[in-house]
Design a protein around this ligand. Sequence first.
Ligand SMILES: Cc1cc2nc3c(=O)[nH]c(=O)nc-3n(C[C@H](O)[C@H](O)[C@H](O)COP(=O)(O)O)c2cc1C
Length: 275
Amino acid sequence: MFKKIDHIEIVTDELHRTIDFYNDVLGFKLRERQRVDRSGLGVPMDIVYMDLNGTVIELMSYDGASPDPAPEREHLGYRMMALEVEDMQKAADYLFAKGIKIIWGPKESPKGIRAEICDPNGNHIELRQWFECAQKKDNCPRDSDIGGNGIGLPEKFYEVLRHEGLVALASIGNDGQHLVNTWNSYVQVTDDERLLLPVGRMNKTEKNVVKNDQVLLTLGAREVTGMRGAPGTGFLIRGTAEFLSAGRDFDTVKTKFPWARAALRVTIGNITQTL
Ligand SMILES: Cc1cc2nc3c(=O)[nH]c(=O)nc-3n(C[C@H](O)[C@H](O)[C@H](O)COP(=O)(O)O)c2cc1C
């Protein structure tokens, strides 16, 4: 009798930005436009259907009427839509390059990885990558098998930090990506497994991070054996960054590096061994 979810309706007062976002960023194709002379609110309205591999959203925009703003706090009822992605790492790299902020995650669980972004109206959109074990309904590992807080920095990572090497940290600003460096030996790990980097300059990075706190970080060490016995290993970390000029984490950095003007703290969303 009931076949499937046919479409999801989104009311917007930013129709063109919303169309651009769903089209340019998420790949929805414009399927149909309608102009209604007199909507339920008594004013004309535009309706735009957009399609992503058979799932459809209907964007609705009223001329000359101001619907109530979306609730900001957790509320009963409809919450968000979720888009499945093949590879969260690739999706996050793509969004990073497009300047789209991941506002939550990526967070890994035994069955998959979740993250959240926002559309121009502030509607949250979940991104979800399912692991093969979840799709095949196999036995996925339990949370406890992949480390306490769902991230659980691997011992290999600590081993890398004990050897010298170059750390690269990428942020994104209005003029594109920006890279800075520090040394493995300069990175300190807090009790809750956040990374602290000493900030001497990093002025541009700080400006970027104020606008978009998403950062990528790579580090490695030739002396530590990698996957399948590779001579050397390294990690790609995706996280959020903040600059601190006071507090416990700042003091930790300042004690070891008196020249530091601030501490750059990275909260890890996702860590991948790449070699
Ligand atoms: C090997 C290496 C290590 C570095 N270590 C630091 C560091 O620990 N802290 C720092 O602020 N800048 C460090 N720098 C300089 C930064 O990479 C960066 O160029 C500088 O801080 C300016 O950053 P900005 O372009 O964001 O303003 C290092 C550079 C190199 C090449």
